[in-house]
Write a protein of this length. Sequence first.
Length: 201
Amino acid sequence: MFYIYNKLNTYKKQNTMKRILFLIALSCGVLFATNSQAQIFRLGIKAGATFSKFSTDYDVLKDNNTGFQVGLMSRIKIPIIGLAIHPELLYTSIGSDESKLNYFQVPVNLQWGVDLKVVRPFIQAGPYWGYALGSSGDNKFSLSKIHRSDWGLGLGAGIELFNHLQVAFKYDWGLTNLNKDDILDGKFKNRTFNLSIGYMF
């Protein structure tokens, strides 16, 4: 009887140990999967200044404008070393000093960077789409008389510090002629230099 009792006791201890090891392994697997998912997709916030003007022959629209941008950014890693897709959702103010346009803007950049532990320098390029929500300034636009939808291409670079803090600059070339029904003489398009700081969670 004592021999059988010892056997049962040993079996119970082994079974308990297996359960503990299984739970440890399961917990490690969940943590690893969560960490991997977090590294594949990251979300952040950004804000910055815009220095813009219209590309035009119309004198009233030639003045430079200093505006702002604020919004969300994200990064989706591609399984190729250094590459990621970098979509953003922004509220941005651009245009000329006399005629500003406020846009909801969606840039989608292809980003390539080099991880150097503390710092990650990167370059990025891609299209953007924007939709004018309003206008301001001494000669503000009537939105019914311009093309509110705008799209173009951007090219820029930046650095990411300590895997979180991001400083970047980018130049956007608007490709849409905003002049609708020839309300002005000739074409006018957005030209914007962006300087921003962001935090990636």
